[in-house]
Design a binder for this molecule. Sequence first.
Ligand SMILES: NC(=O)c1ccc[n+]([C@@H]2O[C@H](COP(=O)([O-])OP(=O)(O)OC[C@H]3O[C@@H](n4cnc5c(N)ncnc54)[C@H](OP(=O)(O)O)[C@@H]3O)[C@@H](O)[C@H]2O)c1
Length: 339
Amino acid sequence: MEYKSTTNNMQATTIKLKSRPVGLPNANDFEITPTTLPPLRPGEVLLETKYVSVDPYLRGKMSGTKIPRFEIGSPINSKIIAKVAASNSPDFTEGDYVSHYLDWSTYQIANGAGLENVDPAQAALTAYLGVLGVTGLSAYFALTDIGQPKAGETLVVSGAAGAVGSIAGQIGKLMGCRVIGIVGTDEKMDLIKSKFGFDEAINYRTCGDIKAAIARACPEGVDIYFDNVGGPIADRVIENINTYGRVIACGAISNYNDVDREKSFSLLPMVVYKFLRIQGFLIADYRPRFPEGIQKLQTWLSEGKLTYSETIIKGFDKLPDAFIGLFSGQNEGKMIVEV
Ligand SMILES: NC(=O)c1ccc[n+]([C@@H]2O[C@H](COP(=O)([O-])OP(=O)(O)OC[C@H]3O[C@@H](n4cnc5c(N)ncnc54)[C@H](OP(=O)(O)O)[C@@H]3O)[C@@H](O)[C@H]2O)c1
């Protein structure tokens, strides 16, 4: 094959971690810098970034609590959809779309390892970062494996208008549950009921006593709690949980920017006397079962039983703002930046 060296002195823009955030991250924790790409070598591909997944877990990698952490002065990295702009690899053709954990860079060179082809004819490219990606798969596996939903049970989902929560709630409905969502705005209350079919919605910012609001929305108690936020909201839901209830600990975004250790009352006595199961969930643990999950989600999508929302922000340099916006609920559904 003919080798290309199109990247001679090619310029890209890269976003690096400048400092470890303390509390809520801010723009100064990031550095947007020009980089020069080396020539493309045999076996390598030049990737043009198209869509970048913006996720809460990146916060832990920035502070170093989630391993492997981001190093100061190194690029931030997350799931990206990229177009193959030039290829010296027999496995990829110019114009292919691929997905992988890649650097926050407008262009980059990859050796092909781990790159997965994504087909824009099968689904919108952004769907591979959301409903058909890690967030959809997290909702599916965490709810079905840990939540074990049964028809007629009551499921409460926090972060219910977000990427994981909006899919988890819909799957709960498909399994015959009564589903209540907890969100941070009245617009999101409307969204989860009208678009995603939740039975009830609670705005945690305006409802007053959260424990009482959950009790009103769940007159028969809570059987399954899908926790995306942790903190006091999780505590108040668990105070309403039924005997043999299941708690899916998927995420705790309300704690990710904590500087001081959260003072929380101990739930353990309740775990004992209510025979609760609280189980942690990490999507990476389910990698061998991804094809099964993707097939299930794809089928529901094509049958019109599942839908999704995305917040797509345009502009590579908006990545830090989009990430910071997750902590004040700037997104409905999956937060994505279009480059
Ligand atoms: N375990 C795993 O493998 C795994 C995989 C994917 C995601 N997760 C976790 O799942 C959770 C949701 O992730 P996602 O990607 O779907 O994000 P997301 O829900 O789309 O976005 C974050 C949402 O969290 C809510 N939020 C932010 N700060 C909050 C606070 N202090 N209290 C209550 N709600 C708050 C905001 O919505 P409101 O406007 O409603 O406040 C915001 O829109 C995160 O905790 C994430 O870390 C875990």
